[in-house]
Every structure is written in C-alpha cells, then in structure tokens.
Design a protein around this ligand. Structure first.
Ligand SMILES: [Zn+2]
Length: 551
C-alpha cells in the first residue's frame, strides 16, 4: 500500500497483479575475478535474491547472469539482458538485483535511465538487500546508494591506475598513442611511445611545430596547411584547429610527460618527441604570446658554431645531423656535422657544409627580372583579393550560420528522442558530421589576415630577403640563421641536396620561382597560400629589420 496522497509516477500497470501473482527475474552480476572469494559472489547473490523473492511472495520466473568485464562486452551483455526482459514484458513484473552497486557502477544517471526504461515497459526494479520504496526516505536512500556505488567505482578505477602512475613518473607512456606516435614496448617489456612508422607523418609534425615556433603563423594557418599536406589524427580525422592546439600544448611532443599521473611535474620521457624539451618550452611561450617575433626573438639553445644542427639531414637515413668538435693530436679543434647512426658513415666538416649551404641559398635566389615580375603579380593579386574578400567573408558566414542552425536543430531532436537510443545514435553521427563541416567552413576565413597588412611593406621586405638570403645568412646570429633556414627550406635540407644530387624542398614562395623557371615565358602563379606565406615572412623580417626597405 502506498501512503495516501503519494504521487505514483509510473502510471502503467506496474502494480496490477497482487504480490502472489507477480513474476520476477533475478539478475546476478558477478565480477569474474572476485566472485569466488567475495561475499557478493554469485551463490550469495542467488540465495539472497531467491530468499527476497520468496519473502515478498513473488514468483521466480528466470535468472540472468551478467559478468562484469573491463571492456565493452559487459555493456553489450547488459543490453542483451535488458532487451530479453523487455521482450517478455507481458510476463515480467519486476527484476531483482542483489545490491544497488550491482546495477549502478556506471553512475546515478545510468541507474535512473535503466529504471525509467524498464518502467516504461511496466517492469520495476527491486533490491534484495536495500529498502527502497516510493516514500521520501526511500527515494533519498535510492539516490544515495546510487551515488555511493558510483563513488566506489571511481575508487576502484583509481586503484587500477596505480601501476600506470608509477611507470609514467619513470618516463613511460601508458595510454593510447597520440597523433604521430604508435604504442610500443622496450626490450624489458615496459610501455613506450615510438614515432609513427610512416616517417612523413612524423616529419609533418615536426615541420608544423617548428613553423608554429617561428611565431609568425596563426595556429589556424599551420593546422590548415598540415591538413592539406595529409597529417592524420589518431582517430583518422582531418586535423582541426582545436586538435592542432592540443598537439602544440601537449608536453609529449617535446619528449616530456606531465599530468595528473606525474602530479603535474615535468618528467623527461623515455622517448623523444618531434621537438626537444627546450624547443617545446619556447613553443609554449610563443603560443602564450610572451614571445612573439614582434616582441622578442626566442632565446636559442643552438650553438653558434652549428647553425645547421638538426636542420641538415643525413643523406642515408634522413636523421637530423648532430654538430660536434673533435680534438686532434695537434690540440686543434675541428667541427663536424654527422649522423648519430654510425652505419651511415656520414660526416662533413662544418665549414664545408656552411660553404655548400651558402651556395645553395644563392642557387635558389630568383633572377632580378623574375623578382620584378613577382612584385607586380603579388600586388595585383593582393588588390583583387582585397575586393573579393568582403564578398567571400559574407559567404563563409552564411555557410557557417547554416551549419550552426543545423546543429541546434539536431540537439533539439536528440533531446526530444532521448528514449530512443538508436535514433539518438544516428542523430549524434549527424551532429558530429555537421560539427566537422562547421570547423572546416570557419577555417576558410584565413584570407582575412590580408586586411591587416600593407601590401607594399610586405612585398618590399620579402623581395629584399629573397635577393639577399645568402648574404644575410652569413651575417646573422645563429638564432636568426635558424629562422632564415626554415623560411627558405621549411623541412630542412638533406646533405644530398647540398651535393646537388637531389632537389631541395623549397618554401611556397621559392616554389613559385622554381615553377616559372620551367615555363617558356617568365610568369608567376601567386595563390592566396603564397600571400599568406609572405605575410608570415614579413612578420619575422619586420622584427629583424624594422626599417622599411626599398628593394
Ligand atoms: Zn644517417
């Protein structure tokens, strides 16, 4: 009997049969490991449930056993059990669990969802060991027990990560591999991260991070470019600005670990990232705006004797070269670049490499005629872009607005259909698709940056730089040399290129000239990406040579 005036929310025929007619399904949930020793073991639960059903005067209709496992199988087993109960809803009045924690490990929300779901089909839940009824005290007990079960479950999870915590503090990686990495093991069987087996992904990552480190590009620009170049995230999706920000901010890309498992202390990892720890720290400063090119050039850890260190690559294995001094018998020091893999037998005197590099810079310097043409074309494109820009940004805003509306509509539909899991799953897939499309649409706003800069100033600085890169490199201090190198050869240079055996991987701007050399008449194809690159250069150059230059 319910107390008078009590509102019974489940209006369906839950209580239509008298107790003696009511039929129960007993649900036993067992942790496969603990079931034998623990008091909540399967036999215990069975006896307890059966006793409860007998005492209440119900009839035991069936028994279902669900094993708890760490993976997704448990959820599927649970769903299958629920579906079989609902399929028999005409015969079933209630299900009996042993204890609240047997149902609500996943949290209060799950328990109430389950309760509501079963109630809709006229099936209620009872617990053999807990007094939960529709009185206020019963309701309080119900939510407290559900919360307690969730809390206990959290504690259990905390205990299981104890080992990972220890290993992480030792510098090992104990989670799924992030973008650009794969999971591996040391010879001793400890988990460790390894660079992605596709070296291009790894190179792209380093390329993008170094580009971001120059301080001349927006996160969005680099993310955009990397996506076009084919950088794939861990989940196989195209790279978004958000993902790229996360990558730039993750210490693992500087070969370090830092997080709750290390008590937020930085730990040098047992593996290298695409950046050195020092480069990664400087990148954080750049991203924080504490170290933009306009304010202060980053303090370089590079040694002045070895500007090509980590930039020059071994011609055999493509590993970035090291720089070192050798002291010979006559006590004189000799400087070399070499490959850390001895098998490659790559070693070159530093002075010789520097001479060859200056030659290469001169080789890629465009002719005065081409530069004049380039200046003209850039100014022209800039002007016409400027006119199109307004129209375009209106378009982008319209598209983005449409996607936003669609997102809102989908959210509404999901809310309205919360009780239909399969429909919600479909709607969620739609939602994710729209969200991706929206991210891409807003990325298209890049060109807006052209608005902020003077076409003449940008072109003057860049043409000046293009004409004199070889001379400037010899004059500049090592940190600026490093900048210059990456501006001209964003991916570094293999020694085979210095030897003239391979073609260099040039900047977008230099590529324009390389293309035009192949055409009959002098011509320049200047795209928006080239202009964006020029603006990036300008930001660097203006901080080094602030005086407006006349080329
Ligand atoms: Zn090598």
């Amino acid at each position: 009997m319910f107390p008078a005036g009590k509102c019974i929310r489940t209006a369906k025929a839950v209580q239509s049969r008298t107790p003696s007619m009511q039929r129960a399904i007993s649900i036993l949930r067992v942790s496969t490991k603990k079931q034998l020793s623990s008091g909540d073991g399967i036999e215990n639960q069975r006896l307890g449930n059966n006793e409860y059903i007998r005492r209440r005067g119900y009839r035991l209709l069936d028994e279902v056993v669900i094993a708890e496992t760490a993976d997704d199988k448990e959820r599927r087993d649970f769903e299958a059990a629920l579906n079989s109960i609902v399929a028999r809803k005409r015969e079933v009045d209630l299900v009996v669990f042993w204890k609240m924690d047997r149902v609500s490990r996943a949290g209060v929300g799950t328990y109430y969802a389950l309760k509501a779901y079963l109630a809709k089909h006229g099936v209620r839940i009872e617990f053999a060991t807990e007094q939960i009824d529709a009185t206020p005290a019963g309701e309080l007990m119900e939510s407290m027990l559900a919360a307690t079960a969730r809390f206990e479950n959290r504690l259990r999870v905390d205990r299981t990560i104890g080992v990972e915590r220890i290993l992480t503090r030792e510098g090992y990686w104990c989670r799924a591999a992030p973008t650009g990495f794969v999971n591996g093991r040391t010879d001793a069987g400890k988990p460790i991260l390894l660079p992605h087996p596709d070296p291009r992904q790894w190179e792209l990552l380093r390329y993008g991070l170094m580009r971001q480190l120059t301080g001349a590009y927006k996160v969005r620009q680099v993310a955009d470019e990397l996506r076009e170049q084919g950088l794939i995230t861990r989940s196989g999706n195209p790279l978004t600005r958000q993902t790229w920000t996360k990558i730039c901010r993750a210490p693992v890309y500087g070969g370090m670990l830092c997080g709750p498992w290390t008590d937020y202390q930085f730990v040098r990892a047992k593996f290298d990232g695409p950046l050195t720890p020092d480069e990664w720290r400087r990148l954080q400063e750049v991203l924080d705006g504490r170290n933009t090119v306009a304010r202060r050039l980053p303090r370089q850890a590079s040694r002045p004797e070895f500007p090509l260190r980590r930039f020059l690559r071994c011609p055999k294995c493509r590993t970035p070269a090291r720089g070192y001094h050798a002291v010979k018998k006559n006590d004189r020091r000799y400087s070399y670049y070499d490959c850390r893999n001895r098998a490659c037998e790559f070693r070159i005197p530093a002075a010789e490499a520097h001479r060859m590099f200056v030659d290469l810079l001169r080789d890629v310097t465009p002719s005065p005629e081409l530069l004049a043409l380039f200046r003209e074309v850039v100014l022209e494109v800039w002007e016409s872009e400027h006119r199109e820009l307004l129209a375009k940004s209106i378009d982008v805003n319209k598209t983005a607005g449409r996607f936003r509306e669609e997102k809102q509509a989908l959210i509404g539909l999901m809310k309205a259909n919360a009780d239909n899991p399969s429909l919600v799953a479909e709607l969620r897939a739609d939602y994710e698709r729209v969200e991706r499309a929206l991210a891409l649409a807003t990325l298209a706003r890049d060109t807006a940056e052209m608005e902020e800069y003077e076409a003449e100033a940008v072109v003057n600085h860049c043409v000046y730089f293009l004409e004199r890169a070889g001379e400037l490199w010899q004059e500049w201090p090592v940190d600026l040399q490093n900048r210059l190198q990456l501006m001209v050869f964003p991916r570094g240079v293999g020694f085979d290129v210095l030897e003239g055996l391979s073609n260099p991987d040039l900047s977008l701007v230099h590529a324009v000239f390389a293309d035009s050399a192949r055409m009959a008449a002098p011509s320049c194809r200047v795209t928006n990406r080239v202009i964006a690159e020029l603006i990036g250069w300008y930001k660097i150059l203006a901080s080094i040579m602030p005086v407006p230059l006349i080329a």
